[in-house]
Design a protein around this ligand. Structure first.
Ligand SMILES: Cc1ncc(COP(=O)(O)O)c(C=O)c1O
Length: 397
């Protein structure tokens, strides 16, 4: 016999409160729904719950209304049908590998790829019986010659987020589709705003939401976005097997930032392009690697395929400056902090030793590469800061 509620002990009434949240509360915000256990009205509903359907709640690890709201918005931004959230951009990368690649398979990776992706490929090759081969990012249709019968996955990054080459995405995806090979692009640089990968034949778009989507430098998250449901389910199944999920609190932080992302991106883009053009006039700088400027390899593909650039670009210092002198410049900057990642409000700077990172291609530049992320500070203040940093470089020389 069911016990009447009022006769239950206090502890039971605290654990299972009898109050009902007032329905009909409407707001622009998505509530934060935290849960591990999701309860079903009856066993029939529990048994009918299918993990493949995104809107069927099964267990908090897999999805909550908060995480699904974020996933759906990301799919809309990118022009896809499905998005799968991951606790970091790198875990979205590793999930693509785990979802699609097995021992005996081959993977093609651009030589300029985000280096932890490269390290992941090397790890699979060393310990898991997969071959990982690196291709010259400007290879274009020539990728066809590298595709083998066991090639399962081709990575792209557009542009390479340090050396900034913009690949001919359409040429690579056309060759891949002709041989039934899945393509995955790290589309983080464009935030999914300035480049629409599915219109260029890409199968999986990957975002490190840690960057522009978060916008605050305070959340780590990643996502893969797909048009094809079967592909989404392969990735979803891999994520489920590995016990990976995201917190609704983190999702709500990103949901809060998404409405301002496009406006922020446009502002980063304006300041970054202006500063890149100014750096091009400076005698200390040999080359400006900004996809919107002609010195950047693949500039023609940027012009053809992209609608904007955001805040991230690189320069190569004149070869007469030693790496130590370029370090002096970086450390002299007051408004550029030294640190990885990007997408927040604050400007960042990092010098790179590119020659030691490349294998497939000869790095053509002699000087040191420095990557800038242009934040939301005033453009004039950033220019003045760079100017005083360059003056220190000259005196250090
Ligand atoms: C191009 C690119 N992809 C992916 C990632 C990984 O993102 P996360 O830091 O969220 O793992 C990064 C991080 O810097 C990145 O630069």
């Amino acid at each position: 016999m069911t016990q009447s509620r009022s006769t239950r002990g206090l502890q039971t009434r605290i654990v299972r409160p009898e109050d009902q949240i007032t329905p009909g509360f409407e707001a622009f915000t998505v509530p934060v729904t935290r849960a591990s256990t999701v309860v079903f009205p009856d066993l029939a509903a529990m048994r009918a719950c299918d993990w493949r359907n995104d809107g069927q709640w099964r267990y908090g690890l897999h999805a909550t209304p908060t995480s699904l709201a974020l996933a759906q918005r990301l799919a809309v931004i990118e022009g896809g049908n499905h998005a799968l959230l991951q606790p970091s951009g790198l875990s979205a990368i590793s999930n693509v590998y785990f979802g699609l690649v097995k021992a005996g398979d081959d993977v093609l990776i651009p030589d300029n790829v985000y280096s932890p992706n490269r390290e992941f490929g090397d790890w699979l090759a060393r310990d898991f019986g997969v071959t990982a081969r690196y291709y010259e990012p400007m290879i274009g249709a020539g990728i066809a010659e590298l595709i083998q019968p066991n090639t399962r996955l081709i990575w792209l990054e557009a542009p390479g987020s340090v050396t900034m080459e913009v690949p001919d995405v359409r040429a690579i995806t056309t060759a891949a589709r002709a041989r039934n090979v899945v393509t995955a692009i790290d589309n983080t640089w464009s935030a999914g705003l300035a480049f629409r990968p599915f219109e260029h034949g890409v199968d999986i778009s990957l975002q490190a939401l840690t960057k522009y989507q978060s916008g605050g430098g305070d959340v780590l998250m990643g996502a893969t976005i797909t048009v094809d449901r079967e592909l989404h389910l392969k990735l979803k199944s891999a994520r489920m097997r590995m016990g990976i999920g995201v917190s609704s609190d983190d999702c709500s932080l990103i949901l809060r930032s998404l409405p301002s992302m496009q406006v922020r991106f446009a502002q980063h883009d304006r300041s970054a392009l202006a500063l890149a053009k100014w750096l091009k006039t400076r005698p200390e700088i040999a080359t400006v690697l900004h996809p919107a400027l002609p010195d950047c390899p693949g500039h023609e593909f940027f012009e053809r395929d992209f609608t904007g650039a955001g805040g991230l670009f690189s320069v190569v210092f004149d070869g007469r400056y030693t790496p130590a002198q370029v370090d002096t410049f970086c450390e002299a900057l007051a408004l550029f902090s030294i640190g990885w990642s990007w997408g927040g409000a604050q400007s960042l700077v990092v010098p790179y030793d590119i020659a030691s990172m490349r294998t497939a291609a000869q790095w053509p530049h002699r000087g040191t590469l420095v990557r800038f992320y242009i934040g939301l500070e005033e453009e004039d203040d950033l220019r003045a800061d760079m100017e005083q940093g360059l003056a220190k470089l000259a005196s250090a020389a």
